[in-house]
Design a binder for this molecule. Structure first.
Ligand code: GFB
Length: 312
């Protein structure tokens, strides 16, 4: 049968990277725009799946955002994510799609999980309050895949990435994650000659950052080879403090002023580095270094976002 891989969420940072990866391997990707199909509408999703008959699905569609967006819009984060993932996973089963890769996030793990976090830490303690709504949705997604495997024998698997960055990230300062936010702040400070850049929180939390192209390679590998009940971690294998991140991004951008820490903003979880040894044992490893990943993302930002952002 001819392969038809539906990348749900193909316009986002993760979905677009997975699409690029699949296309670089000469594989047949299908997609549908949000204006044509609202994934929150169950009937529409089921109709589209019946009509388009993918042979496999990579689920990269999600309502995502940084620490403040997660805490300010809990209803959007839990409703949108539960609705779209349930519609797609159940719809996939009804349409006879036997292969699906669901993407989650390292925030599914307990706030004070033992580090590095193993897959088995899931549901062993309370979540980080700033993103528990999103986390609960993603945990439900993992368990939905497990349920369809258990009851119907479906080959549905879940991959948990660490914090991601790269082309097509969201650079909106209110809703973005830390990496794109700092890149934009440093760039705009450099352009305007500002002497200081505001960094949220204390700068002490640790985060594990993976370039999205490295993740995409791992996800496509999982599509082809991973078939297990348990979800699998996919992380860079090292973490940095937010202060170290800010210093690195500042250096790459060429900002020479000072960092000011706004401690009225939340730190979130103190640390969430994952144990990705299962992915490593399967042969996957990241290839893009931290500095080079940030530098290429900044080049992408300069070409694609900075001109409009400065004019806006
Ligand atoms: O990336 P971020 O928003 O998400 O924030 P989380 C990471 C850390 O960077 C926090 C600090 O300690 C922030 O306070 N930070 C410093 C900033 N300056 C900034 C800034 O200008 N913008 C932002 N956004 N942060 C998210 C979850 O948690 O991670 C999601 O809310 C998801 O559910 C995602 O899992 C991967 O790493 O704290």
């Amino acid at each position: 049968m001819d392969e038809r891989i539906w990348v749900a969420g193909h316009r986002g940072m993760v979905g677009s990277a997975i699409t690029r990866r699949l296309q670089s391997e000469g594989r047949n990707v299908i997609s549908v725009d949000r204006s044509v199909l609202d994934l929150r509408q169950q009937d529409e999703v089921e109709f589209w799946l019946r009509a388009n008959q993918p042979t496999a699905i990579i689920f990269a569609a999600a309502k995502v955002g940084g620490i403040i967006a997660n805490s300010n819009y809990p209803a959007d984060f839990i409703y949108d994510n539960l609705a779209i993932q349930t519609n797609v996973i159940h719809g996939a089963h009804k349409a006879g799609v036997d292969r699906l890769v669901f993407l989650g996030s390292s925030c599914i793990y307990p706030k004070f999980a033992e580090q590095p976090i193993k897959e088995s830490a899931l549901l062993t303690g309370p979540l980080e309050p700033t993103n528990e709504w999103y986390a609960i949705a993603k945990i439900s997604g993992i368990m939905t895949c497990q349920a369809y495997r258990k009851q119907h024998g479906r080959n549905y698997v879940s991959v948990m990435p660490c914090n991601l960055y790269g082309p097509n990230d969201n650079f909106n300062l209110e809703t973005s994650h830390v990496m794109p936010a700092l890149m934009r702040k440093f760039h705009e400070a450099k352009v305007s000659g500002a002497k200081e850049v505001m960094v949220w929180g204390t700068g002490t939390p640790l985060r594990e950052f993976l370039h999205v192209d490295d993740l995409a390679k791992g996800v496509v590998w999982c599509l082809d080879h991973y078939n297990d009940y348990e979800h699998i971690n996919c992380g860079a294998g090292f973490d940095v403090t937010i202060r170290e991140l800010a210093e690195t991004v500042g250096r790459v951008v060429g900002f020479t002023g000072d960092l000011v820490f706004d401690t009225s903003k939340p730190d979130g979880t103190p640390r969430k580095i994952m144990d990705s040894s299962r992915m490593r044992a399967l042969g996957w490893k990241p290839e893009i270094s931290f500095e080079e990943g940030i530098a290429s993302t900044y080049r992408w930002y300069l070409e694609n976002v900075a001109p409009t952002a400065v004019a806006a």
